[in-house]
Design a protein around this ligand. Structure first.
Ligand code: ADP
Ligand code: ZN
Length: 305
């Protein structure tokens, strides 16, 4: 099958909202819809109705890609493949999202984490074009990271959970214990949007740009990025999500990441070129949905069932 003229479906399955799109790339998005994430039955019914209507009018989609909130089971050999697994989101634990979409629409379905989809989309069309090793981090309601290593999205035992890495916390500088129900002061527990709101007593988007919250936030982001750099050696790191709308964070993160690395890893990307190494998404707010489209294209090429 030629995938250059084929049309694909994309589902950005978020814990707050679903975004569905149909097209073949950033310049050819033929339809989109978005709606809040309610119960699995209602949300998946709306998703299926959107694609079914297109298929009835325009013909079969070549594949559908799903970039999902998690944790998920992305292993096609596992009996629980295609499910959202242990989420605390009411009603969603063990939801067989791939099974529901495939049964209703009869097309190949690709399934990965929202952040793995985003890094793939950024590598195809955005800020990581031409790179084989890149990381996408979202800093929003949670913190999550997707990784492309040697051109492949990283899975293994399950999938990476970068947002739950442990970070050193100086209790004198930051007595806040963190919001993660599993770990307290892991990265997400210390630096997600809800962590900012809980520490400072007001929504993150209402904290003024000169508030000390942002220096501490940049500190935690830099500590985690140093860990990612040391483990994966990415060629670029893309930071997206609601909290990263605070543009003043970028120079703070550049400065602190460079200082923490302290010249040990020799690359211009980690010194004078660090502004082009830690960057916002090239696809703006569309990394997730276009990433899901890229997952679908990959599935069609690889003939995923
Ligand atoms: P989600 O993670 O639910 O997909 P977002 O990436 O939009 O959605 O993240 C939402 C979180 O980001 C909330 O905790 C919110 O307070 C925070 N947020 C949204 N916009 C901003 C902003 N402009 N500045 C700082 N924080 C923001
Ligand atoms: Zn945690």
């Amino acid at each position: 099958m030629s995938t250059t003229s084929a049309v694909f479906g994309a589902i950005e399955a978020g814990g707050t909202k679903f975004v569905c799109a149909i097209g073949s790339g950033p310049d050819d998005v033929r339809a989109t819809t978005r709606f809040p994430t309610t119960t699995p039955a209602e949300t998946l019914a709306r998703t299926i109705a959107f694609f079914r209507e297109y298929q009835q009018q325009e013909g079969r989609l070549a594949a559908i890609g799903i970039g999902s909130f998690g944790p998920i089971d992305p292993d096609p050999r596992s009996p629980t493949y295609g499910r959202i697994t242990a989420t605390p989101k009411p009603g969603w634990a063990n939801t067989d999202i791939v099974g529901a979409i495939r049964a209703a629409l009869g097309v190949p379905v690709a399934f990965d984490t929202d952040v793995n989809a985003a890094v793939l989309g950024e590598a195809r069309w955005g800020a990581a074009q031409g790179l084989t090793n890149a990381v996408y981090i979202t800093v929003g309601t949670g913190i999550g990271g997707g990784a492309l290593v040697n051109g492949q999205l990283v899975h293994g035992l399950v999938h990476p959970e970068m947002g739950h890495m442990r970070l050193p916390r100086d209790a004198a500088r930051d007595p806040f214990a963190g919001v993660c129900p599993y770990h307290g002061d892991c990265w997400e527990g210390l630096a997600s949007g809800p962590a900012l709101a809980a520490r400072w007593g007001q929504p993150a988007e209402t904290l003024p740009s000169e508030h000390p919250a942002w220096a501490l936030e940049a500190h935690y982001l830099a500590l985690a990025l140093v860990n990612i750099i040391c483990v994966l050696s990415p060629q670029r790191i893309i930071l997206g999500g609601g909290v990263m709308q605070q543009q003043q964070l970028f120079p703070l993160i550049h400065h602190e990441t460079r200082a923490l690395l302290n010249g040990y890893i020799r690359s211009p990307a980690l010194s004078e070129a660090i502004e082009t190494f830690i960057v916002p998404p090239g696809l703006g707010g569309r990394s997730g949905q276009l990433g899901a489209l890229a997952l679908a294209q990959q599935a069609a090429q690889q003939r995923v069932p």
